[in-house]
Design a binder for this molecule. Structure first.
Ligand code: HEC
Length: 244
């Protein structure tokens, strides 16, 4: 596990998501409660800029991007559509559904619908979308079990070596690809792979969209802005000519 530990220093949550897409979900230590006992006095009572702890699922870095790009898409659970009165675009609205019971999977209908064996009851709708992956379900499960708090963490913002492969692909993969992938992406914009992403970066509205400047529709769509670090990295990458 050493290779893992050493990789979780910077942008831990993002790296964690990228890793867990390929491997098993990261399990919290048993008995992980509201406070990471002996974890150095980490404040887990509200959103903040705590350093990222690999054993904690941070709502802002891991859960929100996942729910936004899988559920809060136009026509589904974005604020504009609100299917069944359910809006999954930010912490307040997600908790407001009553479908999350902190610490209790059985009482959490949101967990129930993403894991339902019956395709007719499962979300996202089985006729149009694949089920969430094991690692994505693991993120939501662990977040609920850890108390479903609105936590945010900030690693040091490392603005060296800002290449697509090292810094940008993980940001896009966590925050954008859920909507901007495949043959019929949202807004007609595909951001998967270097060729697509760099072309939207250099010739499209990517910077204005994530900075919420200019006339571009603010991205990610209908939810909280990216962290300042992620925005800075995208800006630096584009200023440098979007290196691969
Ligand atoms: C929940 C779905 C969703 C997510 C997540 C999302 N987008 Fe979008 N994106 C859209 C939709 C819908 C449009 C079309 C908006 C419109 O036409 O006004 C769009 C349009 C865009 C555009 C064109 C904007 C314009 O006005 O020209 C860019 C660039 C873009 N997205 C980049 C991103 C980036 C970068 C991310 C991640 C940081 C992201 N998107 C995340 C749904 C999403």
């Amino acid at each position: 596990m050493n290779w893992f530990k050493t990789r979780v220093s910077i942008l831990a949550a993002i790296v964690l998501v990228a890793i867990s897409c390929q491997h098993e979900p990261v399990e919290p230590p048993p008995g992980m409660g509201g406070n990471g006992g002996g974890g150095g006095g980490t404040d887990t009572t509200g959103p903040g800029d705590d350093p990222c702890d690999p054993d904690i699922i941070y709502f802002q870095q891991s859960v929100l991007p996942l729910l936004v790009s899988s559920c809060a898409i136009p026509g589904c659970h974005d604020a504009g559509t609100a299917q069944d009165g359910v809006v999954l675009n930010n912490y307040e609205n997600i908790m407001e559904t009553g479908d999350i019971d902190p610490g209790d999977l059985d009482g959490s209908d949101l967990y129930e619908v993403i894991t339902d064996d019956d395709e007719d009851d499962r979300m996202p709708p089985a006729d149009e979308y694949p089920p969430l992956s094991e690692s994505e379900i693991g993120i939501i499960r662990d977040w609920i079990l850890q108390g479903a708090q609105n936590l945010s963490c900030a690693g040091d913002c490392d603005t060296t070596n800002v290449t697509y492969a090292l810094k940008i692909e993980p940001i896009l993969s966590t925050n954008c690809l859920g909507c901007h992938v495949g043959s019929n992406p949202q807004g007609g914009i595909n951001l998967q792979g270097y060729a697509n992403a760099s072309s939207v970066a250099l010739f499209g509205d990517m910077l204005d969209a994530v900075q919420h400047t200019g006339t571009a529709t603010p991205m990610p769509f209908g939810t909280d802005q990216l962290s300042q670090c992620d925005i800075d990295l995208i800006r630096i990458w584009i200023e440098n000519g979007a290196p691969e």
